[in-house]
Design a protein around this ligand. Structure first.
Ligand code: PLP
Length: 435
C-alpha cells in the first residue's frame, strides 16, 4: 500500500542538480522548485488520469493537475485523439482557422459576461491585455487589485500590498519600476470599505477593479457574502470596470466560472488554464462595446504569433465538450468535498488546528485554527507544519501543491478509491507530526 519504503528520488535528484546549472533555480516557473516546502522537486516522467509517475517510477495521486488545466484528468484519451488528428493538419497557421470560432462560441455561450473574446497564449498575457483594455476604454490609468491575488507576472500586477490600503503599491520585484506600479492600488481581499476609500481618494482616476472571484493564489479563499455584489455596485457607481480574473476559476468551479456560480456579471473576464486543456491558452473577453476597442476592430493594440493555433484550440474544445457531460461539476463537488471534509476531520482528530473548504474541484486547507478571509489571515498559517505534511504525503504517493498558498485541484479522473487512499495517507502523516 504505502510506498515510503520504496520511495527514492535518485534520478530526480540527479536531473534536478543538472537543471540547476542550466535554468535559474532549475525550473521554468518558480513554485515548481519546492522552495517553500524545503525539499527538492520530483522530476516527472509521465502523467495519466489522476496519476503521475516520476523518473524513479514512484506513482502519485495528483492534486495539482498541472496547476488547474487537467480537470478531465491528464492525457484524456479523447483529448489526445483529437490532438493527434489536428497535428496531421499542422501546428500553427498564423491565419484564421475554423476551430477558433468553435472555441469562441463555446466560451461566449458559457461565460455570462463574455459577448466577444480574444485568445492569447497564457493567463499572464490575458491579464496584461485586459489591463490595457481597461485603461483604453475608460481613459483612466489606475487599477485596484487585492493583496494576495495573482494576475500573472505583468509589471503592473507585481505589487506587494504594504501597510495602508490607500498606500500606493511598491514594486514586489526588482526590475519593476516604481513608475509602473504607482498606478496599482491595493486593498485587502473581502474589504469593501478599503475599496470605497480608494475610490473616494482617487475620484475619476480608477479604470477598474480586478480580482480572483475565488482566490486560489494565496491558498483557497472564498469571497464573503456580499463582497462580489458590493464590488459590482461600487464600480458601477464610479464609472469603473469590474474584471474577474477567472484564469483559475473559469470552467473550474462551474462551467460558467465564478460569475455563473455567484450570479455576478463583471464587465470583462480573463481565462486560461482549463480552456487550453493542457496546452498554452489564455483569453480575455467581455461586452461587445468594450471588446470593439481591440485591434484591428479598434485602436488598442494586442497581437500574437501563435494565438488561436489549431492545437491549443482543439485541446480546449475537446476539454470543454467533456465538461459539458451532465453531472461533471456535481461529481467534482462530491469527491472534493469528501476529500477536504475528510482532511479537516482527520487533522482535528489528530490535534491539528486547520481550516479549509472547496468549491467544486478547487480546494484548500490552512494549518491555522482561525478563519481565513484574506492574505494576512492566510499568512498566519503554520507553513513549517505544511512543509512536513507535504513531504509526508509525497513519500506516500500523494502529490500536493508545494506551497500552503496554492489551491488544490481534483479532476473527473479521481475516484472515490483515490480519495480514500489519500485520506488514509493523511492520517498516517498527521499522526506523525506533533500537534
Ligand atoms: C495562473 C494564473 C494566472 C497566470 O496564468 P499563466 O498561464 O501562468 O500565465 C493569472 N491569474 C490567475 C488567477 C491564475 O491562477
Amino acid at each position: 500500500m504505502v510506498n515510503t519504503v520504496s520511495f527514492k528520488t535518485t534520478k530526480s535528484d540527479e536531473i534536478f542538480a543538472a537543471a540547476q546549472k542550466l535554468m535559474p533555480g532549475g525550473v521554468n516557473s518558480p513554485v515548481r522548485a519546492f522552495k517553500s516546502v524545503g525539499g527538492q522537486p520530483i522530476v516527472f516522467d509521465r502523467v495519466k488520469g489522476a496519476y503521475i509517475w516520476d523518473v524513479d517510477e514512484n506513482k502519485y495521486i495528483d492534486y495539482v493537475g498541472t496547476w488547474g488545466p487537467a480537470i478531465c484528468g491528464h492525457a484524456h484519451p479523447e483529448v489526445i485523439k483529437s490532438l493527434s488528428e489536428a497535428l496531421e493538419k499542422g501546428t500553427s497557421f498564423g491565419a484564421p482557422c475554423y476551430l477558433e470560432n468553435i472555441l469562441a462560441e463555446m466560451v461566449i455561450d458559457a461565460v455570462p459576461s463574455i459577448e466577444m473574446v480574444r485568445f492569447v497564449n497564457s493567463g499572464t498575457e490575458a491579464c496584461i491585455s485586459v489591463l490595457r483594455l481597461m485603461r483604453a476604454y475608460t481613459g483612466r490609468n489606475k487599477i485596484i487589485k487585492f493583496e494576495g491575488c495573482y494576475h500573472g507576472h505583468g509589471d503592473m500586477f507585481l505589487v506587494k500590498a504594504g501597510s495602508g490600503v490607500a498606500t500606493l503599491g511598491l514594486p514586489d520585484s526588482p526590475g519593476v519600476p516604481k513608475s509602473v506600479t504607482s498606478d496599482t492600488l491595493t486593498a485587502p481581499y473581502n474589504d469593501l470599505e478599503a475599496v470605497k476609500k480608494l475610490f473616494a481618494d482617487h475620484p475619476d482616476e480608477i479604470a477598474g477593479v480586478i480580482l480572483e472571484p475565488v482566490v486560489g493564489n494565496s491558498g483557497f479563499i472564498v469571497p464573503d457574502a456580499g463582497f462580489l455584489e458590493g464590488l459590482r455596485l461600487i464600480t458601477e457607481q464610479n464609472g469603473a470596470l469590474l474584471v474577474f480574473d477567472e484564469v483559475m476559476t473559469g470552467f473550474r468551479i462551474s462551467y460558467g466560472g465564478a460569475q455563473a456560480k455567484f450570479g455576478i456579471t463583471p464587465d470583462l473576464t480573463t481565462l486560461g488554464k482549463v480552456i487550453g486543456g493542457g496546452l498554452p491558452v489564455g483569453a480575455y473577453g467581455g461586452k461587445k462595446e468594450i471588446m470593439a476597442m481591440v485591434a484591428p476592430s479598434g485602436p488598442m493594440y494586442q497581437a500574437g504569433t501563435l494565438s488561436g493555433n489549431p492545437l491549443a484550440m482543439t485541446a480546449g474544445i475537446k476539454t470543454l465538450e467533456l465538461l459539458q457531460k451532465p453531472g461533471t461539476y456535481e461529481y467534482l463537488e462530491e469527491i472534493t468535498h469528501k476529500l477536504i471534509s475528510g482532511l479537516l476531520t482527520i487533522a482535528k482528530n489528530t490535534g491539528h488546528k486547520v481550516t479549509g473548504g472547496n468549491i467544486s474541484g478547487m480546494f484548500g486547507m490552512f494549518f491555522t485554527g482561525e478563519e481565513v478571509h484574506n492574505y494576512d489571515d492566510a499568512k498566519k498559517a503554520d507553513t513549517s507544519k505544511f512543509a512536513r505534511f507535504h513531504r509526508g504525503m509525497l513519500e506516500r504517493g500523494v502529490y500536493l501543491a508545494p506551497s500552503q498558498f496554492e489551491a488544490g485541484f481534483t479532476s473527473i479522473a479521481h475516484t472515490e478509491e483515490d480519495i480514500n487512499q489519500t485520506l488514509a495517507m493523511a492520517e498516517e502523516v498527521l499522526k506523525e507530526i506533533p500537534a
